[in-house]
Design a protein around this ligand. Structure first.
Ligand code: SF4
Length: 241
């Protein structure tokens, strides 16, 4: 991968108060399995997955709902009871203030995780050295991304990002959202094969969380989930959520 192919426009010098923050959850144990973590949800995503559970978080131009100073105050207040902070979205790596916010969270004594789907490999590269853990949202083989995200370059960006994560040495998990309106059983097998042959961690399989997706998507889904695409005894070595 050459640097000219990457979006190398991250600006680590930008202060954390530049972040556009859509939501803050002070404590939970879902976003970083095994850890009690606060979650900072950042605004904006360049992709348009039909199953998105956060459609109101897409618009990168939408203003944030709370300031970093409010989040930081709450992080200060929860020191000792919450052990980690996870930055998610949308796509958190797209925001210039992320590196500074991660450093501030670390300076407060928190371990820091990131949820990313990999749309901005260059920006991701600048924040990876600051992280303790990454959850990577995998959507298929590179060829499957356009029909899921609506973006022609998404497959290249995502798998380039996964490669950066792997080479960074940061602890990571890969979660593969199996969409019954898009993926066939063979697509699931092909994606898992592609990941394992690439030397990446085996994906954790999960179905779409469609409760807040569009009415059209929920109608197309018709209540189907992971086991409407694969059998219960398929891929027995892989974890599921
Ligand atoms: S990449 Fe994630 S946040 Fe963006 S549209 Fe898809 S599911 Fe939603």
């Amino acid at each position: 991968m050459s640097t000219t192919e990457l979006d190398l426009t991250a600006v680590p010098g930008i202060a954390a108060h530049a972040l556009s923050i859509a939501a803050f959850t002070p404590s939970g144990c879902f976003d970083w399995p095994g850890r009690i973590a606060a979650t900072v949800t950042l605004q904006g995503c360049p992709w348009k997955c039909a199953y998105c559970s956060n459609p109101e978080g897409h618009d990168p131009a939408a203003p944030g709902r709370l300031a970093w100073s409010e989040v930081r105050d709450q992080l200060e207040a929860h020191r000792g009871t919450v052990e980690a902070v996870v930055f998610g979205g949308g796509e958190p790596a797209r925001q210039d203030g992320l590196v500074a916010a991660v450093r501030e969270a670390r300076s407060l004594g928190y371990a820091v995780g990131l949820h990313t789907m990999g749309a901005h490999p260059g920006r991701l590269a600048s924040v990876l050295p600051e992280l303790d853990w990454v959850s990577f949202d995998l959507k298929g083989t590179p060829e499957m991304y356009t029909r899921i995200t609506g973006e022609d370059t998404a497959g290249y960006q995502a798998w380039a990002s996964l490669e950066l994560i792997q080479h960074s040495g940061v602890d990571y998990e890969v979660s593969f959202t199996v969409d019954p309106t898009v993926h066939t059983r063979e697509d699931v097998f092909a994606t898992v094969r592609h990941a394992i042959r690439g030397g990446f961690h085996a994906p954790v399989l999960e179905g779409p969380r469609a409760r807040r997706a569009s009415r059209e998507y929920r109608a197309a889904l018709g209540g189907r989930g992971l086991y409407d695409v694969i059998a219960h005894d398929d891929l027995p070595d892989l974890a599921r959520r």
